[in-house]
Design a protein around this ligand. Sequence first.
Ligand SMILES: [Zn+2]
Length: 149
Amino acid sequence: MPALAGRHVQMNGAVMGKIGRNSPCPCGSGKKYKRCCEKKEAQMRASQIPPGRFRYEAGSYGGPGRGYMPSILGYKEVGSDSWAEHLCLVKTDAVFEDHEAATSTAEGHITAARQAQIDAGGSPQEFALSLRHEGYKSVSDSRIVQTEA
Ligand SMILES: [Zn+2]
């Protein structure tokens, strides 16, 4: 499984949250915390999809001869650093000759769905909804060719 970038940022944010807003910033800038890193952390949090609960990987679905469809594998956090596959989405109306084209298409759709989610205030349902609009359907069978992270 790929490394989970972002988890540590989240933890640092929690620790930093205990600093008084008018105290000198712990980064050593000499400014008050509220005028320095507090702002940066808020921006960082806003750019993240709900803290480490779900993550999505682009892949392709299919095989030689029948073509490859863009697919997205969703993982749910089930414990500390423990992830379980909870959904597999396939865009059944797009078939590519090679799996890389299918994968990069899926990557683009994940990025767009994340943006839709951020625009909607972070609701995870919005993420799934955006992919459904794009033509992705849940499949139970996961013969997925995964990308190397
Ligand atoms: Zn600072």
